[in-house]
Ligand binder design. Structure first.
Ligand SMILES: C[S@@+](CC[C@H](N)C(=O)[O-])C[C@H]1O[C@@H](n2cnc3c(N)ncnc32)[C@H](O)[C@@H]1O
Length: 233
């Protein structure tokens, strides 16, 4: 088990912050925007609703949500990494999306009694939480009744499947060597380890049902490289 606590995770993302968007675009060849749009299109946020983008990083999903729920609704972009949030806020000011509520906070410290959301999304966040099950439970508590949530992340595919072999080779022979040139070897090596410990789709479904979600669905994208996990309370 890799050592995961909020400080460890925070250090990783603060360290990569200056190259975060650049590497996301490079390593996914820009496809992460398509996957994020796909998640939003499945969640169908509506004008007037209140949404949270948990583990928002530099805010890609927050901006997509903001376009759909405003002018009557509200969007909160929440993340523990100060450096990534600063980048998100800067982009927000440049785009003129100044009505987004950015919050630096550990999602486990959010108070579900003071605010609940119509919808929550998390892209590439769930796998990075110190405990995945606690993360799904937290989302459950933060949602209003009938609220919906969607997660996008790497799919933990079957061991020795083509998809799993491609994922390993791509991470080991493309992602890690290129990130090493920027002294970020350790940070990007962490991705393979984190996928190994991330529950497979069937386990995620089981966990969400145990927690109490009424509707649960898991689909894969891009040759099973990515997974989208959809929940309704
Ligand atoms: C891989 S990044 C994803 C960022 C963004 N959602 C995206 O898709 O590009 C994972 C994010 O999760 C955040 N994170 C991890 N654990 C967290 C926690 N307990 N509370 C808040 N943010 C957390 C990290 O700071 C980081 O920004």
């Amino acid at each position: 088990m890799i050592y995961k606590n909020s400080k460890y995770i925070n250090n990783i993302f603060d360290n990569v912050s200056y190259k975060y968007d650049f590497f996301n675009n490079l390593f996914s060849l820009g496809l992460h925007f398509l996957w994020k749009r796909k998640l939003i299109s499945l969640l169908k946020p509506k004008n007037g609703e209140e949404w949270a983008d948990l583990c928002c990083g530099t805010g890609d999903m927050t901006f997509l949500l903001n376009k759909l729920v405003t002018p009557r609704g509200k969007v909160f972009g929440i993340d523990i990494s100060e450096k990534l949030l600063k980048i998100a806020q800067k982009k927000s000011n440049n785009l003129g999306d100044t009505n987004i509520y950015w919050k630096k906070k550990d999602i486990f410290d959010l108070d579900a009694k003071s605010r609940k959301f119509d919808g929550i999304c998390m892209s590439f966040g769930l796998r990075n939480l110190k405990n995945v099950e606690d993360g799904i439970q937290k989302v459950f508590l933060l949602l209003k009744d009938n609220g919906r949530a969607g997660f996008l992340d790497f799919n933990h595919s079957k061991e020795n499947s083509l998809s799993s072999i491609f994922q390993k080779l791509y991470l080991r022979f493309i992602v890690v060597p290129i990130s090493s040139l920027f002294n970020l070897k350790e940070e990007y090596s962490y991705i393979e380890k984190s996928i190994k410990e991330f529950p497979k789709g069937t386990k995620l479904i089981y966990l969400a049902k145990q927690i109490g979600f009424r509707e649960v669905k898991y689909i894969t994208l891009f040759g099973e490289q990515m997974g989208i996990f959809l929940l309704k309370k």
